[in-house]
Design a protein around this ligand. Structure first.
Ligand code: G3I
Length: 372
């Protein structure tokens, strides 16, 4: 899980990183929101901008729908397309919540990303009891069935989520996931081929985390990811983009804009696009003062997006939620603040009011070069 890895990493690197230079200067003061929301500002620069949503929140908060109308051109289901939501049993599918979310997106003229055809987490309990042969059969059945069902309706699929984990010691730095154990390293190619056959129109994405900061663990992950993608491209396996989750920490590990941009260009040199897929900023390493936290969080958004959007290879930017109300950051035992205060990591507060982070994202979009 993203947060566990980063937490242990920060613990090992010590508090010296708490004043990471890249994210230290004061954030811009909030200004009045422009007539155009974030989606239009992004679209004017060739960037598709949106956020994760979940079925429960959409039904509960009308204010959220209003925000999406201004600040999103695309959404991604936070839960509803994962195995644990879709698969009540090895022989059954439950598409009700996913269908409802896609219908909502259609009614509101929002594009949709799929997340995720394969992920070693959010698997149903029955998955653990499968033999290797059964896992192989179920992987093929799952990807084929789900990709075909939504064929033509999705902008892109996170076909494999989080395949990299150099700590597992496997060749190429691959994660020792149930899919790897059952099918070997070729499971990635199999998944991509099945997704392409099921939905020839969706862009196919390999999505991962801890690719952003200038620390040894992230650098090792970046190199492993580049090697993985280069191999897929060399073997003409259908893949179109790298998804960089970008679950960031204010006051965390150092960020080197130039080195990060060089990584983005290296992905582009493979002929692939880059999507920022799950952007949020955790403030758990900062003191309790909300104003100081808001400024630091805004500066992380500003600096990170400033670097990412400077590279035309970045075509999509997705937040992992727009409001502090309901963010996963408060639910995950490894993400939440030690003082128990709710995290203020997203552009809207828990009453759906825009914060400094919203202005920082707006400013980064205004400065972004236009891309085709
Ligand atoms: O809605 C169901 C409910 O019907 C069911 O009874 C209950 C049983 O546990 O689960 C509920 O689902 C919860 C789901 O979020 C929807 O709210 C799950 O318990 C909970 O585990 C799930 O957490 C999600 C987590 O991924 C695991 O799937 C978070 O919301 C989501 O933000 C998080 O997102 C991940 C990305 O997919 C991959 N990258 C990291 C990111 C953060 O962990």
């Amino acid at each position: 899980m993203t947060v566990v890895d980063r937490r242990s990493l920060l613990a090992s690197l010590g508090a010296g990183l708490l004043s990471a230079p890249a994210f230290r200067s004061a954030a811009a003061a909030p200004a009045a929101a422009p007539a155009a929301g974030l989606a239009k500002l992004a679209a004017d620069r060739g960037v598709l901008f949106g956020t994760a949503v979940n079925h429960a929140s959409l039904g509960r908060y009308p204010a959220l729908t209003e925000i999406l109308r201004a600040d999103a051109a695309i959404v991604v289901p936070e839960w509803e397309l994962k195995w644990a939501s879709l698969r009540p049993s090895p022989t059954a599918f439950d598409f009700a919540k996913a269908d409802s979310l896609l219908d909502f997106a259609g009614r509101n003229r929002l594009a949709v990303r799929g997340h995720a055809l394969l992920w070693h987490e959010a698997l149903p309990r029955w998955f653990a009891g499968l033999t290797k042969q059964e896992t192989g059969r179920l992987v093929a059945d799952h990807i084929g069935t789900v990709a075909r069902r939504y064929a033509g309706r999705l902008h892109s699929w996170d076909v494999v989520n989080e395949p990299i984990n150099p700590r597992d010691g496997l060749p190429g730095g691959l994660r020792n996931s149930p899919f790897y154990q059952a099918l070997g390293p070729s499971y990635l190619e199999t998944a991509l081929d099945l997704a392409a056959a099921g939905d020839p129109s969706a862009r196919l994405v390999i999505n991962d985390y801890n690719l952003e900061m200038q620390v040894p663990e992230h650098e090792a992950r970046r190199q492993a990811m580049l090697a993985l993608l280069a191999g897929l491209v060399r073997r003409r396996i259908p893949v179109h983009a790298l998804g960089i989750q970008a679950h960031l920490d204010a006051g965390g590990a150092p960020f080197d804009p130039a080195r990060f941009r060089a990584f983005l260009r290296a992905v582009g040199d493979l002929g692939l696009a880059v999507y920022i897929t799950e952007l949020d900023v955790n403030d758990r390493l900062l003191g309790p003062d909300p104003a100081a936290r808001d400024m630091a969080v805004a500066e992380v958004y500003r600096t990170f997006l400033g670097a990412a959007l400077a590279e035309p290879v970045v075509k999509v930017v997705m937040l992992w939620g727009v409001s502090d109300l309901g963010t996963w950051l408060n639910d995950s035992p490894n993400a939440r603040r030690r003082d128990g205060l709710p995290i203020r990591g997203l552009p809207y507060d828990d009453q759906f009011r825009p914060k400094r982070a919203w202005s920082a994202i707006r400013d980064a979009l205004l400065e972004a070069p236009v891309r085709s």
